[in-house]
Design a binder for this molecule. Structure first.
Ligand code: SF4
Length: 348
């Protein structure tokens, strides 16, 4: 990778000067120009921020670092506690990889301080490894998230739609990534994309890159990056069973592999493993419909029919536990089941 040097006419110079007075203040960051932050906090924030907004991540980040203030503490945590603490943040494979990665780092004593070593850790893809290398270790790694992709597509007027444009965007980003303050540069690009070079109505008049921005000069900023027409999402349906007894509801632990793996949940009819099918209650009881929960996953839209058991006094179910309804919040249900629980409780 070729990192650029800073000259007062380079994009990185202009951007870093802007960043010095416009950086977002975030709990996992160091101020511009300061020593890099704790790699644990950088890594944790970057994993949480994958496909998730800064606003959604902040309370989770605060709870995680309060409960597990170091990678060693997280490595020693009970897996079920981490999964429950992650509930609601989505993309649950991230939480499983988080624990696996923490255990490797704790065993080795520290995070690797370079991109290749980070890339070898569980759950660290190319983006996260580059981001941690740049932000925590000030390595001149090429960091391209969705914000950076948009800024670079505009700066260089790259008209090809994503994902075909990614190699060109990455190559262009490499040409402007400086060898001086590369961590601040990566964060500055993210901040510029989040606050100035926004998807709609980019604020070009306030932008430090305006003098060198090709899309702005050509009047095409808002049309970039080009997008392919979105395909309609498929639709799935499923059933979940609400089995209540003495102020408690029956919850199961989902299998480790597959959607929402390892999470506590209501029992269901296996909808995650198929496109559609027949509802098969866990026992023959008197069931009534309790409403439908609508939820949108990345790859499909989903209707979950909630079924409430009004049947026998007590049924022995093989795997699971009766969870006190008054402690429902601490069950760590993923969002679709948390919605179903709220629906059931609203009918009591
Ligand atoms: Fe984005 Fe406008 Fe700045 Fe170009 S000038 S990088 S389009 S905000």
């Amino acid at each position: 990778m070729q990192a650029s040097v800073l000259t007062d006419r380079s994009p990185s110079f202009a951007l870093l000067r802007w960043y010095d007075s416009n950086a977002r203040v975030l709990p996992w960051r160091s101020p511009p120009g300061a020593a890099p932050p704790d790699p644990y906090r950088v890594w944790l924030s970057e994993v949480m921020l994958q496909q998730t907004t800064v606003a959604a991540v902040q309370p989770y980040f605060a709870r995680f670092v309060e409960r597990w203030p170091s990678v060693a503490a997280l490595a020693a945590a009970d897996e079920a506690d981490v999964m429950a603490a992650w509930a609601g943040l989505g993309y649950y494979s991230r939480a499983r990889n988080l624990i696996a990665c923490a255990r490797v780092v704790a065993r080795d004593g520290a995070f690797p301080d370079h991109e290749a070593g980070l890339r070898a850790l569980p759950g660290l893809g190319a983006y996260t490894a580059a981001a941690v290398a740049a932000i925590a270790f000030d390595r001149p790694a090429v960091v391209v998230d969705a914000n950076v992709e948009r800024v670079v597509a505009r700066l260089f007027a790259i008209a090809e739609p994503s994902p075909a444009s990614r190699p060109a965007i990455r190559a262009a980003t490499a040409t402007i990534t400086p060898s001086v303050r590369p961590g601040d540069f990566a964060q500055a690009m993210m901040d510029l994309g989040a606050t100035v070079c926004t998807a709609r109505n980019p604020r070009c008049l306030l932008c430090p890159l305006r003098p060198m921005c090709r899309a702005q000069a050509q009047g095409v900023a808002e049309t970039l990056p080009a997008k392919l027409a979105k395909k309609a999402k498929p639709h799935r349906t499923g059933h979940a069973w609400w089995i209540e007894r003495d102020g408690a509801v029956w919850l199961v632990r989902r299998p480790d592999k597959g959607m929402l793996g390892g999470m506590r949940a209501l029992p269901d009819d296996g909808w995650t493993a198929r496109a559609d099918g027949h509802a098969q209650p866990p026992f023959a009881g008197i069931w009534r419909k309790g409403g439908v929960v609508r939820h949108s996953f990345t790859h499909f839209d989903f209707d979950l029919q909630l079924m409430l058991c009004e049947g026998p006094e007590m049924v022995h179910l093989s795997a699971g536990e009766y969870w006190p309804i008054e402690a429902m919040e601490s069950a760590g249900l993923p969002t679709v089941f948390a919605k179903a629980a709220r629906l059931a409780l609203a009918q009591r």
